[in-house]
Design a protein around this ligand. Structure first.
Ligand SMILES: [Fe+2]
Length: 373
């Protein structure tokens, strides 16, 4: 440890547990928050989860905006702004798209301008207003991260807003809310969390605390994801996945992600595919690309997966994808071979590449993509 230097940050307070949502009203009353905009999507509303939240808001002046889309665009995010102004706080209830959107809304609500004014690193001039994030999936970790991904369809790109000021004030992580997720969403979001954990562990910014969290997250996901996909009402598995996604989020917020996320962002921008699916498609081949540069770390990953070698660990990831019904090839999800150059070009320009343990050339990236095509 004598040569180790790191910084670790977690500004978000966390309430975790079955039924944790029941603490919401106490939090509002304690802070004196009397008016709120709830940011959500139609899926959360239709699943009845919004009603669970609003049942606690008697006497609170609130409105709900459910216009957030998967891979949220600037117009659907900015559509919330007229309803947000003048309210004490934002409450985001949903998956990563909803929570990311609420972060972007909070930036504009607090500092003015428009969402894309805050694109890139550290573009926010100061803290934002209060934001409570309530995840309904177990995957993104957005409830504790400094990042919001915004899709710009005209450019067919997903762009990041990155600032410590985007971090939610409070995360209420209640595994009960993930009970109704369909198997495919459970699988995609779980594999997103797995990708966060694995990429953080081998990142050039990896550090001892994020390593601990990432390894624990990998173990939990491998053990519990197949069970939760098979039977969504298996609450021990659901709770373990919510916890794993949370700690993988804390880890990658401090250690960052890598090449699989760079590819996932370009795939998501070009094809409007679920983020976790894109991560999963890219993960095994990027592990193969990286393995020699971080062999000791990939051996740790293998042990967490119950495998004997780094290569066997990578095979376990592919086996896990098959077990939970996720395709292994880009062609299986409608990606065109003629787009591989464009995907490589966008991925190479993505900031996540900078944290990957091995820097790819354009040809390297094209080879990785061809391998998974
Ligand atoms: Fe992700």
């Amino acid at each position: 440890m004598h040569e180790t230097f790191f910084s670790f940050e977690l500004p978000t307070r966390i309430l975790f547990g079955m039924g944790a949502l029941g603490n919401l009203r106490l939090e509002l009353d304690t802070h004196g928050w009397k008016s709120a905009l709830i940011v959500t999507d139609s899926g959360v509303r239709n699943a009845g989860l919004l009603d669970l939240l609003t049942a606690q808001l008697e006497g609170v002046d609130y409105a709900a905006y459910d216009g957030i889309l998967p891979n949220p665009t600037v117009p659907c995010i900015e559509g919330a702004l007229p309803h947000a102004q003048g309210r004490d706080l934002l409450i985001a209830i949903g998956g990563g798209s909803v929570i990311d959107s609420a972060k972007a809304i909070n930036a504009v609500k607090t500092h003015g301008g428009s969402v894309l004014d805050y694109e890139g690193n550290d573009a926010l001039p100061g803290p934002c207003g209060p934001l409570i994030a309530i995840p309904t999936t177990a995957g993104t970790g957005s409830e504790v991260t400094f990042i919001a991904m915004v899709t710009v369809p005209e450019r067919k790109q997903k762009l990041p807003l990155v600032s410590r000021y985007l971090a939610p004030t409070l995360a209420i992580v209640d595994p009960e809310l993930t009970k109704t997720l369909p198997p495919s969403v459970t699988a995609y979001t779980g594999l997103d969390a797995l990708t966060h954990a694995m990429e953080t562990l081998v990142s050039i910014s990896a550090q001892p605390i994020s390593d601990l969290l990432a390894l624990r997250a990998i173990k939990f996901i491998v053990e519990h994801l197949p069970r939760a996909v098979k039977d969504g009402s298996e609450m021990e598995a659901r709770a373990s996945l919510s916890y794993a996604a949370l700690i993988a989020g804390i880890a990658f917020n401090n250690g960052w992600v890598g090449l699989a996320h760079a590819i996932a962002h370009s795939l998501g921008g070009l094809y409007d595919l679920p983020h976790g699916l894109c991560c999963a498609l890219a993960l095994p081949a990027t592990m193969e690309f990286n393995v020699e540069s971080q062999r000791a770390k990939y051996e740790q990953i293998a042990r967490a997966l119950g495998a004997a070698s780094a290569e066997e660990g990578i095979a376990r990831v592919r086996a896990l994808m098959s077990t939970v019904g996720v395709p292994l090839r880009l062609r299986d999800v409608g990606v065109r071979e003629s787009d591989l150059d464009r995907i490589a070009e966008l991925a190479l320009a993505d900031g996540s590449v900078l944290f990957n343990p091995r820097q790819p050339s354009a040809e390297d990236l094209r080879e990785v993509l061809q391998k998974i095509f």
